[in-house]
Design a protein. Structure first.
Length: 199
């Protein structure tokens, strides 16, 4: 699926939910810069080496575009919602794009406008190696935790968001040698910060 199609799906979903959100919950949209360290215990070689020749880690940079819908609030102030995001990241001419849907839990346990949240997400990650035009798509998984700080009625500052995930990237095990070389799923550790707009 192309990036333009994914962006259109996210925008359409957020716009559709926003009509309901006025009376039933709150929505938020964000587009934040992201840095993600992708690592693997097994170095790869050949044209499908996602992290580069004989490399076991690489830091990718890009952005994450998404939205969330808070649909349930408990008497104790815990809020349950759904999050949908797409990310576009690059490093050393390699590419990672992911589309994730997940459940999030947030709250405001302090008097100050600090709102921690946590979420679990599942979806699809598409990767391309630095010297190849071949793309592969595999199941993607991530856990996120972060803190939003209210700046104004409709604007939050995302102080930080940390993520941990796993994805089987393009490699000599998934393309080319067809599994002769055993390259396991890569670990993803991400950091993001930015603004969230609430409606």
């Amino acid at each position: 699926m192309k990036l333009r199609t994914l962006v259109a799906v996210v925008v359409l979903a957020v716009a559709t939910v926003s009509a309901h959100a006025q009376s039933q919950g709150k929505i938020g949209v964000y587009m934040n810069p992201v840095a993600i360290r992708i690592s693997n215990v097994t170095p790869d070689v050949g044209p499908y080496a996602f992290l580069g020749q004989n490399s076991t880690s690489q830091v990718f940079y890009g952005y994450s575009l998404g939205g969330f819908y808070d649909f349930y609030r408990t008497a104790g102030g815990i809020v349950v919602g759904a999050d949908m995001r797409l990310s576009d990241l690059h490093a050393n001419n390699a590419m990672l794009r992911s589309f994730l849907v997940g459940m999030r839990v947030s709250g405001q346990p302090f008097k100050r406008p600090i709102k921690p949240y946590a979420q679990i997400s599942f979806g699809v990650g598409t990767t391309k190696a630095p010297v190849s035009t071949v793309h592969i798509s595999k199941g993607d998984f991530a856990l996120y935790g972060g803190v939003d700080y209210t700046l104004a009625r409709h604007v939050d500052f995302r102080v930080f968001e940390l993520g941990y995930g796993s994805l089987t990237t393009i490699s000599s095990a998934t393309v080319g040698n067809g599994g002769i070389l055993n390259v396991p799923a890569s670990t993803q550790i991400s950091f993001s910060s930015g603004l969230v707009f609430r409606f």
